[in-house]
Structure formats: structure tokens, C-alpha cells
Design a protein around this ligand. Structure first.
Ligand code: CA
Ligand code: CA
Ligand code: CA
Length: 506
């Protein structure tokens, strides 16, 4: 007679987990199966400062799993979203190359759903495959759009924040979250780690209440700011004259933002002069003013209400260029604007090359000699589509390390006190606690931050900043700002980023 087999596959224990098992059992006995409930304003932007005041809901030991070795897990909610943050002990890419799974028993009933570690999970999400299953009880395959699943960052990281929309009905009009209490578990493959490391996962009760989202209004922070916007206009979007609704949407967006300096990506087939002329049509200059534009690579155009003094191509055959902008007699210094549109998708090696070339070029600009030398501590702002999926190493190149330790010309060798570093600007949508600048349903990548702004904080102060996405604006706010719900989608597959900059007066 054949041996009876359990319907639930046996989970093989990692040797390290086996070693920790007795200690874990003791720890778990001491822990009550208490329900956590935390109402918290989380911004889904790949930055974790918004979690810093919270205690973790579960702590898994280090060294009991590989390659993913879970550490702490936090859970929170607001009126619209369930949020998770977790540490995975190793840098992994959210959309590939790992077996990270989220199990949620969404009705807190072990008798329904997919049986796993004491849960009856209605939802199983496989991050690396960007797909999941909803057990209704019939299994239904889901994609990220079915859940409005968001994850950040969307490049390699050793921790992530995830959001799931609470009001989703992923299949057969059944609610994703039918009740107030759920059980949550994260796992990593057959031999991997899990958190919490106990049957039944983490019991979480949605905290009642509402945290209003204060809209960021589009008026300038103060009259003295310089407003800069970065915008990938998708395939020469400004010039698709036959696409009237798109042109109207673009015009409403340009007028709502009303920036002084624009970093445009994907101006493939038009000269800088044509862009300046088009800007005069869409966003006319005041009397006596004029739009200036420069194009020094194959797709980026820098457009400015201020005169452009000089410009450079930074890396031949790549979309990387810079312009020195004269901010007028009332401001002490010129502004160096760097336009970026890094190589897409799998071209990680090319993005590394672009990051290294940019840092080297900035080091040259900040140091006497070489191909160019800027006046000491010239303010620098970088913007554009960095296409940062993959490892995230190119961003780390930009943000730190000796390669970016540039001495001010009059201050000798770099020391920690006189390094010029680039600061990363983390923004949210004007009307939502969301940080993505690109979102295409059912695409190969999760919605994420592809469009960046970085700046030298020693001579520049950021006075206001936001991402414009009309999909996350309320009807009332659309009316106030002169926009329509589908404008950002009609105009481009990317959202514009906006920043108000303050400079030292003369
Ligand atoms: Ca965040
Ligand atoms: Ca662990
Ligand atoms: Ca269940």
C-alpha cells in the first residue's frame, strides 16, 4: 500500500534555520500571537525614513537563510493601503532573480485558501515573477495591476516597502480584504528563510482611522525660487501635432507646472530651436523674455527662461549632457544643469558606464585643469530618466564613495568636510503618498522611480518638490490646477518631476 502523503509539501529547513530552531521555538513560546495595528502615513517611494518611528512587528534572526535572510518586518496601514517593510539580508532585485513570496490569509481563516505554514492564504504573491495567485477558492492568476501592488525601491536593495490597495477586488468581484484581520508571512523559496518564523504568520488587524493626504499646491514656494522640471516626453511627444488630445494634455501639464528650466528626455528628432519655438506656443514667454534651448546629445534638450552660457556632451554616444545657466544678476552663481536619459532595461553595464562618466566629469568640473573648470562650488542639479531598474549600483556610484569626493579648488585634498556630494531628492505625488514616476500596467517592471533629481545641497536649498500624476489627483484638485484625470497618461508614459530651488542671493 502506498504511503499516505500529506497534501502540504514538506518545507525543507535550511541548515542554519535547523540550528536556530530550538532557540526560535523558545522565543515564540514567549511571544503572544498578538495582533498589530498601526495607522501610519507611509510614502511608497523606496525611502524608509517614514517607518523610523515604528517598532517592527516581527524580528527574524540573522544567519538562518540564504541568499535571502529575513530580518525585521514592519506592517502598517492607512485608509487606502496595507503597507509592509521588510529586510532581506542581501541585496536583491525586486523584479527578478529571487524567490521572494508574500502569503496573506486575507480572511484570517486557515480553512480557506492555499494551506501554508498554518495559513489559509487567499493571496500568494511571487515578487520575482511579478505574478500572484488569488484563491477564490479556484486559483486565479494575478498581475500587479489587479492588486495595485507597489514596491520600492524598484532597483536592487536589501530592504523594501510594499503597498497593497485595500479596496481591490482581484477576481470574481470578491474583495481582497473581506475582514478586519489578516495573517501575513514572507518566505523565500523551498530552502529559504521566512518571517515570522512560526506557524500562522503575523496576525495583523487594520487600524481604524484616516490619515489625510495634504495636497502639495503647484504655486511656487516663494517668488524668488527657480523652478526646474524633469520630464520624459515619450517619443517626441511635444511634436505629435496630429495627436490633438495629447498636445492639449501636454499644454495643460506644462502650464500647471510653469517651470523656468526643463530637462526633457526623448526629443529624438527635433532640434533645440524647434523645442524653444514649441515652448513659446505652449508656455509663452512674458514680454521681453524668450525660451532658450540646447541639445548636446541624441535625445535630451535643456530648455530655460534664463540664458544658457555654455553646454557640453558628457559621454559620446550616450544621452548625457550639461548646460551652464546664467540665473541673472540677482543670484550669485550660475547653475549647472545635467540632463540624463540613461540606457534602458537590461543595459545595466551601460548605466554603470554612464554613472562613472558623469561622476568623473563632475570631478573634472569641480577641479582646476582638465577639460573644464567651474567656479568653486557652482550649484549642480541633475535630472532625467535614469532607467534605474537592475542592481541600483549606478545610483550608488552617483551618491557616494571616493569617486565623488571632489575637492573645492581652493581647499586642497578632499576631506569629509569639503567633499561635494550629490543629494537624492525623494518626492511624492502632489496628491498621493506615492513616489513612482513611471507606471505601465502589465509591464515587465513594477511601477517605480525612473526619473530622478539630484543636487548639491551645499549651495542649493529645495523649497518645494513633487511628482505630477493626474491619476492620483481628486476631481476638485484637477479643477483647481486646470488638469484632467488622464492628462499625464495621455501626455507620456512618465510623470514630470518638479522642484523649486533657492540660491544664495548676490
Ligand atoms: Ca517610504
Ligand atoms: Ca533570518
Ligand atoms: Ca483563508
Amino acid at each position: 500500500m502506498p504511503q499516505q502523503r500529506s497534501s502540504q509539501p514538506h518545507r525543507a529547513l535550511h541548515p542554519l534555520r535547523r540550528r536556530f530552531a530550538p532557540l526560535l521555538a523558545l522565543l515564540l513560546l514567549a511571544l503572544p500571537d498578538s495582533a498589530f495595528a498601526t495607522l501610519q502615513a507611509i510614502s511608497l517611494d523606496g525611502d524608509f525614513a517614514d517607518w523610523s518611528s515604528m517598532e517592527p512587528a516581527a524580528i527574524d534572526p540573522r544567519g538562518d537563510g540564504e541568499p535571502i535572510d529575513f530580518g525585521r518586518l514592519w506592517v502598517a496601514n492607512d485608509q487606502d493601503w496595507l503597507y509592509l517593510r521588510f529586510e532581506c539580508g542581501a541585496r536583491v532585485e525586486p523584479d527578478a532573480g529571487q524567490d521572494l513570496r508574500l502569503w496573506i490569509d486575507t480572511d484570517n481563516d486557515p480553512a480557506t485558501g492555499k494551506k501554508h505554514e498554518g495559513l489559509g492564504a487567499e493571496l500568494v504573491w511571487e515578487f520575482g515573477k511579478r505574478t500572484g495567485t488569488f484563491y477564490t477558492p479556484r486559483p486565479v492568476t494575478l498581475d500587479p495591476a489587479d492588486l495595485h501592488l507597489r514596491i520600492g525601491p524598484t532597483h536592487g536593495s536589501d530592504q523594501f516597502e510594499v503597498a497593497l490597495r485595500r479596496d481591490r477586488r482581484p477576481a470574481r468581484d470578491l474583495p481582497l480584504f473581506p475582514g478586519p484581520t489578516v495573517r501575513i508571512l514572507l518566505s523565500s523559496g523551498r530552502l529559504g528563510d521566512q518571517v515570522p518564523d512560526r506557524p500562522g504568520g503575523l496576525l495583523y488587524t487594520f487600524a481604524p482611522g484616516t490619515i489625510p493626504i495634504a495636497p502639495i499646491d503647484f504655486t511656487r514656494a516663494t517668488p524668488g525660487v527657480v523652478r526646474l522640471a524633469g520630464y520624459n516626453i515619450q517619443h517626441d511627444g511635444l511634436f505629435k501635432k496630429k495627436e490633438a488630445p495629447r498636445q492639449e494634455a501636454l499644454q495643460r501639464i506644462l502650464r500647471a507646472i510653469n517651470a523656468d528650466i526643463w530637462i526633457l528626455n526623448e526629443v529624438w528628432n527635433h532640434r533645440a530651436e524647434a523645442v524653444a519655438k514649441r515652448f513659446e506656443q505652449l508656455l509663452p514667454s512674458p514680454p521681453g523674455g524668450a525660451w532658450h534651448a540646447v541639445r548636446r546629445d541624441r535625445g535630451n534638450v535643456i530648455v530655460s527662461r534664463f540664458p544658457i552660457k555654455q553646454s557640453w556632451a558628457i559621454l559620446p554616444q550616450h544621452r548625457l549632457s550639461a548646460a551652464l545657466i546664467d540665473l541673472g544678476p540677482e543670484r550669485e552663481q550660475d547653475l549647472l544643469v545635467v540632463a540624463n536619459h540613461w540606457r534602458c532595461c537590461k543595459a545595466e553595464d551601460e548605466r554603470r558606464k554612464e554613472a562613472q562618466a558623469l561622476v568623473a566629469w563632475l570631478a573634472d568640473a569641480n577641479t582646476p585643469g582638465g577639460t573644464l573648470t567651474l567656479p568653486a562650488a557652482t550649484p549642480i542639479v541633475l535630472g532625467g530618466d535614469l532607467n534605474l531598474v537592475g542592481s541600483g549600483a549606478p545610483l550608488r556610484t552617483l551618491l557616494g564613495g571616493e569617486i565623488n569626493a571632489v575637492p573645492a579648488p581652493d581647499r586642497g585634498d578632499p576631506t569629509p568636510s569639503n567633499r561635494r556630494l550629490l543629494s537624492l531628492l525623494v518626492s511624492r505625488h502632489s496628491d498621493a503618498r506615492m513616489g513612482y514616476t513611471w507606471r505601465k500596467e502589465s509591464a515587465r517592471y513594477y511601477p517605480g522611480v525612473l526619473d530622478y533629481i539630484l543636487y548639491t545641497s551645499d549651495r542649493v536649498t529645495v523649497a518645494k518638490h513633487f511628482i505630477l500624476d493626474t491619476r492620483t489627483m481628486s476631481p476638485a484638485r484637477l479643477t483647481i490646477t486646470g488638469l484632467r484625470r488622464n492628462d499625464t497618461v495621455l501626455a507620456s508614459d512618465h510623470d514630470p518631476r518638479v522642484v523649486d530651488l533657492l540660491f544664495q542671493p548676490r
